[in-house]
Design a protein around this ligand. Structure first.
Ligand SMILES: CCCCCCCCCC/C=C\CC(=O)SCCNC(=O)CCNC(=O)[C@H](O)C(C)(C)COP(=O)(O)OP(=O)(O)OC[C@H]1O[C@@H](n2cnc3c(N)ncnc32)[C@H](O)[C@@H]1OP(=O)(O)O
Length: 241
């Protein structure tokens, strides 16, 4: 699955809906595996589209968050094998997508990956945190989350946030295929049940608290102080360009 929403693959409602549909198709056609990557030469995904949260239409922003939850359920909780070929920056929601896969290969270069929410004055939702503690040790996750740490490629490899470094996108995809090939001699049902048991606690936490998570998000986007911060953040991104 190749993300292709220039310039930075920010996750807006339309892209999330497309992803959700594609994940359904992959599950339905009984694909063995999926590799998630990006058509951009330098950004895997810039995370959530800030414009979806800025001065939002309430109905749309509710659908936006619900669809993000759905994409996470379908990706994190998939039966099929998932790997991410991270060929560029992966901040926040971009990191969430990569961590929701089972294996991550990142191309070398001046790219960064991490959950930077606290730097934006935001508390990452529990399921973002659960996805991180499913990937790297709890102590490292707490440190990274509280300090909004963006890891460079070497740091990400050292902490286990990524599994391998690749020279370029083709190499990243080849390495993801190498990971997928490891399952050729492992019974598929045993593999998928084991994966889902490992992920069950995090999945159940969001299933049980899904409405509450949505309400927290809706309160968050309707808070005037948050709106002011988002406005300043958008300006800073635009000034940079
Ligand atoms: C207690 C419980 C509380 C519950 C509520 C909590 C709610 C939490 C909500 C979830 C929170 C966070 C999740 C997120 O994912 S928020 C998004 C965070 N993402 C970022 O901060 C990344 C910002 N972008 C960048 O750092 C860079 O763009 C890049 C990815 C490193 C790429 O750099 P670049 O130099 O290649 O591109 P750049 O010139 O910066 O950008 C090009 C244009 O794209 C626009 N843009 C960039 N990122 C976004 C984005 N995330 N959304 C929308 N638009 C984006 C940028 O403004 C440029 O636009 P223009 O060309 O100038 O018009």
């Amino acid at each position: 699955m190749t993300l292709q929403r220039p310039p930075v693959n920010s996750l807006n409602l339309d892209l999330l809906k497309e992803m959700s549909k594609s994940l359904d198709e992959i599950a339905k056609n009984k694909s063995k595996a999926m590799i998630l990557t990006s058509a951009s030469p330098k950004v895997f995904s810039a995370g959530l589209d800030i414009m979806e949260m800025y001065k939002p239409d309430l109905k749309r922003v509710e659908e936006f968050w619900t669809t993000l939850q759905e994409v996470w359920f379908k990706l994190f909780g998939s039966n099929f094998i998932t790997a991410a070929a991270i060929n560029g920056h992966a901040p926040a929601g971009g990191c969430l997508l990569a961590m929701s896969c089972e294996y991550r290969v990142m191309t070398g270069g001046n790219f960064s990956i991490g959950l930077n929410e606290t730097a934006l004055g935001i508390v990452a939702p529990n399921w973002f945190m659960d996805t991180m503690t499913n990937t790297i040790p709890v102590r490292e996750a707490e440190y990274a989350l509280t300090t909004a740490r963006m890891f460079n490629v070497e740091e990400a490899l050292k902490v286990g946030l990524i599994d391998e470094v690749a020279t370029d996108k083709d190499d990243a995809i080849a390495k993801c295929k190498g990971f997928i090939g490891k399952f050729d001699r492992i019974p598929a049902l045993a593999r998928s049940i084991t994966k889902l048991k490992m992920r069950q606690a995090a999945i159940k936490r969001l299933q049980d608290g899904r409405r509450e998570d949505l309400n927290e998000f809706l309160q968050f986007v309707q808070n005037p102080k948050i709106q002011k911060s988002l406005e300043m953040y958008i300006q800073s991104l635009k000034k940079k360009a």
